[in-house]
Design a protein around this ligand. Structure first.
Ligand SMILES: Cc1cc2nc3c(=O)[nH]c(=O)nc-3n(C[C@H](O)[C@H](O)[C@H](O)COP(=O)(O)OP(=O)(O)OC[C@H]3O[C@@H](n4cnc5c(N)ncnc54)[C@H](O)[C@@H]3O)c2cc1C
Length: 341
């Protein structure tokens, strides 16, 4: 039996940043990650599926959640010197942006470009969160995760995590195999690495700030406030679609057909296409269909105006995907996790 007994039929509509209606068949919030194996065993004995909820800022509830939903409440960070840097060992339930703020207060650098991303530390390695040229994967030393079937804890090195653009082994392995309980990050002291993001550079110039880690955080937060709707006022999950990565040959052919197509260089000659540019070019930006719409300033963000369901949101997203595929021949993938599948 779980130390905390799961509650039945729990309304989690306020626990997802899209504010979509959803109930969990069973729900438990664990204050101690040591209780994760026990919670998994509780569900296994009843042959129930399990689902991990972080801050709910990167998921779409399609319908009510069957089985046991577990939220990790454990927060806390332990800092220790490690060579010329500092190691931060963080509990999965810690709020991501609180961690970023705390590291900067301690004079550590590395996380400043990842300021303002909602959610928890445990979810950060899942999709290798990234923004303004930085990705969490490049700072990860290790990730501790519980195998949902055996209840055993594994320690994965950064290489074992198989980080890529908005992906990792935790997304690629058999669905929902792992519960991330702790993340170890390696941070630096001193000045931040040179910035190569034009928007953040321009913001630093505009406010006359030197590129210290704290100034970069302020610049990132200012740019995010301008570009992204605040989910507490206008529910959303940030980017709804991945930026598709295509090979050089396909990119040249596409660019010849669509001059002005925005893309960025990727490894091995590949190009990352700006999905928002394609959606905007097709006239979706600012369009509203019933309860959902495309944000007026950021075509990659779908917003919920209220009264809609996850199924309706996915129908709306499918219309955009079909339009982009028809016009550009490019398939857009949905970024947030849809559950139940
Ligand atoms: C306004 C806004 C802006 C955003 N900007 C960015 C951005 O710039 N860059 C970016 O990368 N993302 C961005 N996001 C997406 C989101 O904030 C991140 O993906 C974040 O890491 C999700 O954290 P969460 O705790 O809310 O996860 P949830 O939404 O609760 O869960 C997401 C997925 O991770 C799984 N999960 C959560 N915790 C664990 C765990 N401990 N162990 C195993 N699985 C787990 C869940 O089961 C689910 O599959 C943005 C979202 C919003 C709303």
């Amino acid at each position: 039996m779980c130390a905390q007994t799961p509650r039945e039929q729990v309304d989690l509509s306020a626990c997802n940043s899209l504010r979509l209606p959803v109930r969990a068949q069973y729900f438990v919030r664990l204050a101690d990650v040591g209780a994760v194996p026990e919670a998994m065993a509780w569900a296994r004995r009843r042959q129930l599926p399990t689902w991990i909820l972080g801050g709910g800022s990167n998921l779409v509830p399609r319908a009510d959640w069957p089985g046991l939903t577990v939220q990790l409440g454990a927060a806390g960070v332990r800092f220790e010197s490690a060579g010329r840097g500092v190691r931060a060992e963080v509990q999965a339930g810690h709020t991501w942006d609180a961690l970023v703020a705390e590291t900067l207060k301690r004079g550590l650098t590395g996380l400043e470009c990842l300021s303002g991303i909602p959610g928890t530390v445990g979810a950060a390695p899942m999709q290798n969160i990234g923004a303004y040229g930085a990705e969490v994967g490049s700072l990860v030393e290790a990730v501790y995760a519980v195998d949902r079937r055996s209840g055993k804890t594994h320690c994965f090195s950064a290489q074992d995590c198989r980080f890529g653009y908005r992906t990792s082994r935790f997304k690629q392995d058999e669905a929902d195999a792992w519960v991330i309980t702790r993340v170890v990050l390696r941070l630096r002291t001193g000045n931040p690495a040179p910035l190569d993001h034009p928007e953040i550079q321009a913001e630093l110039v505009a406010v006359g700030a030197k590129p210290s880690a704290r100034a970069v955080r302020e610049a990132v937060l200012a740019v995010r406030r301008r570009k992204l709707p605040d989910p507490t006022g206008l529910p959303n999950v940030g980017s709804f679609f991945h930026n598709p990565v295509i090979d050089a040959v396909s990119w040249r052919a596409l660019e010849a057909r669509f001059p002005g197509l925005v893309s960025y260089p990727e490894a091995a000659g590949h190009r990352k296409l700006a999905a928002g540019w394609m959606i905007d070019a097709l006239g979706w930006k600012g369009r509203r269909c019933g309860a959902f719409g495309v944000h007026e300033h950021q075509a990659l963000v779908l917003v919920h105006h209220g009264g809609g369901t996850g199924a309706q949101l996915l129908e709306f997203a499918q219309r955009i995907q079909a339009d982009v595929l028809h016009h550009f021949g490019v398939a857009l993938e949905i970024e947030p996790r849809v559950y139940p599948v």
